[in-house]
Design a protein around this ligand. Structure first.
Ligand code: ZN
Length: 118
């Protein structure tokens, strides 16, 4: 009878001890309590409504920021930069990505001054 070696316990076991043909870990190793704990910890986390709203605003904001350099010669690029910074601020604030919060504040200040002076 054909036997495979489990990659966790290192024992040679028959095919029946593996869930399917491509599995490298035997069933008894896979169902240990520690494995269950690890599986529980990597369970996908659902986004809160605030985070979801922030995500959508963030996409809109980055679209504004992306098109702003091309709109600058026409005089509205500064405003779309401001709009983009305001839209993407909640997302990075909720996610506590402070480096991006700093960049957005920098955008607000820099293009605020740009509009103020023009
Ligand atoms: Zn095993």
């Amino acid at each position: 009878m054909y036997k495979r070696r489990c990659n966790v316990c290192g024992q040679k076991k028959s095919d029946k001890k593996f869930l399917h043909g491509k599995k490298k870990t035997c069933i008894s190793c896979e169902r240990r309590w520690w494995m269950r704990v690890l599986r529980l910890m990597v369970l996908e986390r659902k986004l809160t409504p605030m985070e979801r709203l922030g995500n959508r605003l963030g996409y809109m904001g980055s679209a504004f920021i992306m098109m702003s350099p091309y709109l600058l010669p026409y005089g509205i690029g500064g405003y779309t930069y401001l709009l983009g910074a305001v839209c993407s601020l909640p997302q990075v604030w909720i996610a506590k990505q402070w480096n991006l919060v700093a960049i957005n504040f920098n955008l607000l200040i820099g293009y605020g001054l740009y509009i103020w002076n023009s």
